[in-house]
Design a protein around this ligand. Structure first.
Ligand code: NAG
Ligand code: NAG
Ligand code: NAG
Ligand code: NAG
Ligand code: NAG
Length: 548
């Protein structure tokens, strides 16, 4: 984790959740004055080798630690904008939180397991309240992955670990940081996107995505396809992506260049050899606004075809890229890059857990009013819960959830035994000998008290899952909750009892959910839900049925 240099000018745009460095957050030690945002910074590099492109200190040389930390806990900054874009007050999710920074990732050598574990140890010892870690790509095995192990030790001390689901989407089964004792967060988009209008010489306007802050100086610029500006016949293929050294500078000078997106930085490559800017074509990342160093925008394949056809249709093609503007889009929706389920670590646990704004954010975001987590729509994300988990997180409501699904270390060990981890593997995680066959077995289909339910249909057979859950009342009392079930077609869901009566705070009540699912086509996901509703609260659990 990196030392966080909060940007007082607020000019930083958090574009994606890169998985690189982690921040660890302290909340409100009352002795600290309000302006002491960062109350500690340490670095970890147990191999002792210097990193040639980094500094042996907690300082952030990459930028990722800064923007993840400011997104989590940055103070409100008024009139923040990027050259007028995303204008407003920028703030972190919890401006009152303090930060203790633990840098474990290094520019060149990356993030070592021993450093990650040492940082968890230090943070637990320092008494942090929340560990927020923006590192992923680890091992799906819960007892060998360093973040899973570190988070397990934190959980035993009552410290919650929050981690990114990863940037491996939209492919399925890419979600990382999937241990049930980690809150796994998908990246969603807010109702704002950054678009640029491109006007072609024919008069036709098309639209691309990205942050391009340049006002054109001319009405139109000559336009060339990179493949037609190759240095020679051997670099044609590379030139279609405008890779470095593949283009003839004489053929791109003073022009806009059309390129397929191969690697980031094409805008800089072109600028260096005298090009004006570039129209990039990519079908892959249409929702992420990159920030460009020259007039540039990204278009999808169908718009790309319009541009290439136009170039072919005329002897002197031309175009202009206008400065980006903000547009309203449907939201919330999971970002394409956000990693998807199903969970490679366990067939019983739905991951990611929830979604939170993670793209095109200027150190701040607004959430619309909603109930608990805001359910997200399958209409906008085909992969449904595998994209966004229980839905968009509502931080204001999350403070007062009404009911919670509680777990302790022993219950997690019962779950891990049920998952098939053996005693010797578990003793590494737990730190003492474990004999699964001498423990009380965990109950029900998944042997875990998790706030969502996931049933796997194997080889297209009708399947029944009996889920046992216990909720703890953390809201008002006395109070009554009534169950409301939503079942998808082909699935029957029942809950017993269908009312829960709480006479006092912290009282626990158990219930059983039976999910009967008819066979369905493989690789299909359908979902229903169980809602516990009281006069004040609305506690929703998604129930996901997935066929392998
Ligand atoms: C931001 O918005 C405010 C209020 O609408 C306006 O006064 C200010 O000039 C804007 N700033 C920029 C940089 O656009
Ligand atoms: C194309 O976009 C430009 C810039 O927004 C605008 O001035 C122009 O009127 C548009 N042309 C058409 C045909 O919509
Ligand atoms: C390409 O983008 C345009 C405009 O944003 C949109 O209308 C169209 O559906 C997109 N096509 C594909 C294949 O995504
Ligand atoms: C326990 O699991 C580990 C890791 O999967 C494996 O290497 C080991 O052989 C297993 N031990 C027993 C006794 O099954
Ligand atoms: C584990 O517990 C079972 C049941 O109590 C016992 O039969 C078995 O010997 C134990 N195994 C080990 C390795 O201690």
């Amino acid at each position: 984790m990196d030392l966080v240099l909060l940007q007082q000018d607020g000019k930083e745009v958090v574009v994606t959740m890169l998985i690189f460095q982690a921040a660890i957050i302290y909340c409100l030690p009352t002795l600290c004055k309000i302006y002491s945002k960062i109350i500690g910074a340490k670095y970890f590099k147990a191999d002792g080798n210097p990193d040639p492109s980094d500094i042996l200190s907690p300082i952030d040389v990459d930028g990722h630690g800064t923007h993840t930390a400011s997104t989590a806990a940055g103070n409100p900054i008024q009139d923040a904008s990027l050259f007028g874009l995303a204008n407003g007050t920028a703030r972190g999710a919890v401006p009152s939180a303090r930060l203790a920074i633990y840098k474990v990732c290094w520019s060149f050598s990356g993030c070592a397991d021993m450093d990650i574990l040492a940082a968890f140890d230090a943070a637990i010892h320092d008494g942090v309240d929340v560990i927020s870690i923006s590192i992923g790509g680890g091992d799906p095995n819960y007892v060998t992955d360093s973040i899973s192990i570190g988070a397990f030790f934190a959980m035993r001390k009552g410290i919650i670990t929050v981690a990114s689901a990863g940037n491996g989407g939209p492919s399925l089964a890419t979600v990382t940081n999937t241990a049930p004792w980690i809150v796994t967060v998908a990246a969603s988009a807010i109702d704002r996107a950054f678009k640029s209008t491109v006007q072609l010489g024919s008069g036709k306007n098309i639209s691309g995505t990205g942050v391009s802050c340049f006002n054109p100086e001319r009405k139109l610029y000559p336009l060339v396809n990179g493949i037609d500006a190759a240095r020679d016949s051997e670099t044609k293929e590379e030139a279609s992506y405008c890779y470095e050294d593949s283009l003839d500078p004489n053929k791109v000078k003073g022009k806009l260049v059309y390129c397929k997106l191969g690697a980031w930085g094409t805008d800089a490559v072109l600028k260096e050899i005298g090009g004006v800017g570039t129209i990039l074509e990519s079908g892959q990342y249409p929702d992420v606004a990159q920030i460009f160093m020259a007039p540039t925008t990204i278009v999808n394949d169908s718009i790309g075809a319009i541009v290439t056809n136009y170039i072919k249709s005329t002897r002197s093609p031309s175009a202009v890229i206008y400065k980006s503007h903000e547009v309203k889009i449907p939201a919330p929706v999971a970002a394409t890059f956000s990693s998807r389920g199903p969970n490679p670590g366990s067939q019983h646990i739905l991951k990611p857990d929830v979604a939170a704004p993670g793209i095109d954010i200027l150190a701040s975001y607004t959430l619309r009013n909603s109930l608990t987590a805001k359910p997200m729509s399958k209409r906008l994300n085909n992969e449904a819960e595998f994209a966004y988990g229980s839905g968009q997180l509502n931080p204001a409501r999350a403070i007062s959830p009404g009911l919670v699904y509680d777990m302790d270390a022993f219950a997690y060990i019962q779950f891990l035994c049920h998952e098939g981890y053996n005693g010797s593997a578990l003793s590494v995680l737990v730190g003492s000998p474990i004999n699964c066959s001498s423990l009380l077995p965990g109950l029900g289909y998944d042997a875990i008290n998790y706030p969502n339910m996931q049933l796997i249909l194997k080889s297209n057979k009708d399947t029944i899952g009996v889920f046992r859950r216990t909720v703890t009342n953390v809201g008002t009392s006395p109070t009554i909750y009534n169950a409301k079930i939503r079942s998808p077609k082909g699935v029957e869901i029942t809950v017993k009892p269908s009312s829960l009566i709480f006479c006092r705070k912290l009282q626990k009540k158990s219930f059983t959910v039976v999910v009967k699912a008819k066979s369905m086509a493989s690789m299909k996901i359908v979902s229903g839900s169980l809602i516990w509703k009281s006069p004040l609260y609305f506690v929703r659990s998604p129930i996901v049925i997935y066929s392998t």
